[in-house]
Ligand binder design. Structure first.
Ligand code: SME
Length: 169
């Protein structure tokens, strides 16, 4: 992976996502170590968007999600399936956009300053691997544009690093 990334932040979110998609191809290569690639993937998103207060992975082991590589404040280490936004997204295998976390029943407040959230499940061959969680200190930070491009970024990224092989232990 190239160690330097120049992102133009004076762009719309959609334009930033298009920059990220273009960068993915040279930032990550097939023989990257999975843990290293996951760490840099979270850094890439945090660096690209000022609206993100926290971004990280949770991976499924048994019936729980466990904290993986992330950027931001320390966070909850494990989340039960169908609990919180992450557990609900994992259970439904669907992206969830939460405009106001206080209105989401069962939201898990790892950081009480967090106001909105998006969680994208990682599903490979119909099997749930984990989720990517993004938080913001502003209300309604995430919308259908984020959903579309985060899903696309994850699809490209997970194929490139063969994430189906990853096990959190
Ligand atoms: N808010 C999440 C928990 C994870 S933290 O935000 C990092 C949830 O409700 O699942």
């Amino acid at each position: 992976m190239s160690e330097e990334l120049k992102l133009n932040k004076n762009l719309s979110d959609e334009e930033i996502y298009l920059q990220l998609i273009a960068s993915l191809h040279h930032l990550f290569v097939e023989n990257d170590k999975i843990l290293s690639a996951l760490s840099n993937f979270t850094a890439l998103l945090k660096q690209a968007f000022e609206k993100i207060s926290w971004v990280g992975f949770y991976f499924l082991d048994g019936d729980r999600l466990f904290l993986g590589p992330f950027q931001g404040n320390i966070a909850c280490v494990e989340i039960r399936m169908n609990h919180g936004v992450c557990g609900a997204s994992a259970y439904k295998k669907a992206t969830l956009i939460v405009e106001d976390v206080d209105k989401f029943p069962g939201h898990i407040a790892c950081d009480s300053a967090s106001k909105s959230e998006i969680v994208v499940p990682i599903v490979i061959n119909n099997e749930l691997i984990g989720v990517l969680d993004l938080d913001s200190y502003e209300y309604s930070s995430f919308n259908e544009i984020d959903k579309k491009y985060l899903e696309e970024l994850l699809t490209i990224f997970t194929k490139k690093i063969d994430l189906g092989k990853f096990k959190i232990i």
